[in-house]
Design a protein around this ligand. Structure first.
Ligand code: SF4
Ligand code: SF4
Length: 442
């Protein structure tokens, strides 16, 4: 059945590059015995975890190895059984260096014993549900990594009436959400139902771009009898999956500058986060794996893989079949918002979503030229900013003007850089200035 397609103002249409992997079922990668797994203590927004194990100690699959005592934090669990080899500083795909626990996998996958899991029909109270989500280390897996138990506890006075599952997956190359929608439909719906128990007056909407019609059809059929859940089609456009743009497309409401979705009654979680909530609450399973798209001209077997957290991108690439040629550029995430990596010895973490290994032909950037004041960057900016001006303020160190002209409202989508005929590094400069300003506020 076709559904109306909603959208937001402006945005762009980059080539989707999804055909190669959208039809590929998710394959599980099991790290072989002897693999060194690296578990950074900071895989979320908030305070880093403290290592909860010692060098030489044997750990079990699912065991807490990073404890989160601070209010805004999230525990880290081992994704294998094995011996703690060392605790050292390690680089994460986001460019952060932090303390990390290194475990040598013994290949036995011996797990911790859990008490009885909860069945779907069992009713937990709000505090019990949030406690299970926190204990499982669930964070926003759409990229931000904000602890989910906190997101599901909006400040007093905010009344959530709409819970949105973000299944837009608008970035080129990425197809993991598409596969999960098709392959894990029941668990996704069960996860959304758990979240809806926390907000008794809310409706759940699963927003899916209409370029995933098979997923729309399958989910629509599955929720037909559900009174509190519906499916909404979204017009394929980038950045349709950005939180503010998604909320506007589905509800017509605008998140105020500097505000939160909860301020306008909305809460957004991505597909994999909702699945992680189901696993945490119904099965007491910690977050120890991610489904990741690997693609790009240098990859031998592009596809979707379930990867254990802690596995390095190098081990992941080898297990997935390796490279056909030396990659020119490695990106953790999509081509629009991902982070370039200079090493393969970086571990997959909770917020990893895609791994692009691009050839020189795919990744080479033209050199930057002078602005011709054509206005295209402003015409396409979904946040209605003036990227050319913000870029100028960054270049001339005009921090006050950057803030006065709403530089912090940039969602770092990269649309301005994409459409600029002079290939100016607009998004890159605005992103750097924005992060510096946010860091200075802490
Ligand atoms: S798109 Fe590029 S060239 Fe055109 S106004 Fe913006 S910065 Fe200048
Ligand atoms: S200024 Fe920010 S929000 Fe606007 S197009 Fe550029 S990166 Fe996207």
């Amino acid at each position: 059945m076709s559904v109306p397609a909603f959208t937001f103002h402006r945005g762009i249409h980059p080539p989707s590059k999804k055909d190669q992997t959208a039809g590929e079922a998710v394959k599980k990668l099991v790290p072989p015995a002897g693999t060194e797994m690296i578990f950074p203590m900071l895989q979320h927004i908030g305070a880093p975890c403290e290592p909860a194990v010692s060098v030489g100690e044997r750990v079990l699959l699912g065991q807490v190895i990073g404890s989160a005592e601070k209010p805004i934090s999230s525990p880290v669990h081992s994704s294998v059984s094995g011996i703690v080899k060392e605790i050292r500083q390690a680089l994460t795909p986001t460019g952060v260096v932090c303390s990390a626990v290194v475990v040598v996998n013994d290949g036995k996958d011996e797990g911790i014993k859990t008490t009885r899991a909860h069945t779907v029909s069992e009713t937990l109270d709000r505090e019990e549900t949030l406690k299970l989500i926190r204990q499982a280390g669930v964070v926003g897996l759409g990229g931000a990594g904000f602890p989910t138990h906190i997101k599901l506890s909006p400040p007093p006075g905010r009344h959530i009436d709409t819970v949105i599952v973000n299944a837009a997956e608008c970035e080129p190359y990425l197809t993991t959400d598409h596969r999960v929608l098709l392959e894990d439909t029941e668990r996704l719906i069960a996860g959304l139902e758990i979240i809806l128990t926390l907000f008794p007056n809310a409706q759940g909407i699963i927003g899916i771009e209409t370029n995933k019609q098979d997923a729309i059809d399958k989910i629509e059929k599955a929720v037909r009898e559900k009174k509190r859940i519906s499916v909404a089609g979204l017009r394929p456009k980038y950045p349709q999956g950005a939180e503010k743009q998604l909320i506007y497309a589905l509800t017509g409401r605008e998140v105020p500058s500097g505000g939160l979705p909860a301020d306008i009654g909305c809460l957004v979680d991505n597909v994999d986060t909702v699945i992680a909530v189901e696993r945490a609450v119904h099965r007491k399973r910690p977050l120890i794996r991610r489904i990741i798209t690997i693609n790009g001209g240098a990859v031998k077997n592009p596809g979707n893989y379930e990867v254990r957290l802690g596995m390095t991108y190098g081990d992941f690439a080898r297990a997935a079949g390796g490279f056909t040629t030396q990659p020119y550029k490695l990106i953790s995430g999509g081509p629009m918002m991902g982070v370039a990596m200079f090493s393969l010895d970086v571990p997959v973490i909770k917020t990893s979503s895609a791994f692009l290994c691009l050839t020189e032909e795919e990744a080479r950037l033209p050199s930057e030229r002078g602005c011709i004041r054509c206005g295209r960057c402003a015409d396409y900016c979904p946040a209605r900013l003036m990227p050319l001006d913000l870029n100028k303020y960054v270049i001339y160190g005009e921090k006050d003007l950057f803030l006065e002209n709403h530089g912090l409202d940039c969602i770092e989508c990269g649309s301005c850089s994409y459409v600029c005929p002079s290939k100016r590094h607009l998004a890159q400069s605005i992103r750097a200035a924005r992060r510096e300003a946010l860091a200075a506020r802490k």
